[in-house]
Design a binder for this molecule. Structure first.
Ligand code: 5GP
Length: 183
């Protein structure tokens, strides 16, 4: 099974995914490749594979990605075929934290094997506050992320499940309840 989490940036999705991984230590997190700069609290190879744009474009050429996106106008993010295929061969469950378009691409490829979960933030303002509090964005990159918010929210109808995140503990509980139906 592939459990795919998506949400607008700043909705608490990554926190939820981390909590789910603590509950299911046998799950494998799909480490995406990205060209964005590493944040202070991130580890290369664990949170992302941080690679250069040149490397990323080379991997696109070689057909190494299941899906990839140019997000926020300037950064590439992509799921590598090799990681996912080897997990599936070993019958391992894989957790994804990717954008809405990437999630829908995974669904198209893997059908019923992929369970799509959309983390629904209370409103746009709470997302902005969360991003400000996180301190990872400049005023410009924060605005770029906010601009994408409406587009991402519109896609939630296409997901298998929508989990409200007004309260992180409840959202983890609800997400886990969904996962438990499949394992
Ligand atoms: P961030 O820069 O905040 O880590 O991620 C920005 C967005 O890119 C988030 O919505 C995140 O889930 C998404 N993302 C991360 N990895 C991938 C990937 O491999 N493919 C796609 N399509 N989106 C990704």
């Amino acid at each position: 099974m592939l459990f795919v989490f998506s949400a607008p940036s700043g909705s608490g999705k990554t926190t939820i995914v981390r909590e789910i991984l603590k509950l299911h230590t046998e799950f494998i997190f799909s480490v995406s490749a990205t060209t964005r700069t590493k944040r202070e609290n991130e580890t290369d190879g664990k949170d992302y594979m941080f690679i250069t744009k040149e490397d990323f474009l080379q991997k696109i050429e070689s057909g190494d990605f299941i899906e990839y996106e140019l997000i926020y106008d300037n950064n590439y993010y992509g799921t590598l075929k090799s990681g996912v295929d080897s997990c599936l061969k070993q019958n391992k469950k894989v957790l994804f934290d990717i954008d809405v378009k990437g999630s829908l691409a995974i669904k198209k490829l893997y059908g019923d094997k992929a369970v799509l979960i959309f983390i629904n933030p209370p409103d746009k303002d709470s997302v902005r506050k969360r991003l400000e509090k996180r301190g990872s964005e400049t005023p410009e990159t924060l605005e770029i992320r906010m601009k994408r918010f409406d587009f991402e929210m519109e896609k939630k109808e296409e997901f298998d499940y929508v989990v409200n995140n007004d309260d992180i503990t409840k959202a983890v509980y609800e997400s886990n309840k969904i996962i438990l139906k499949y394992i």
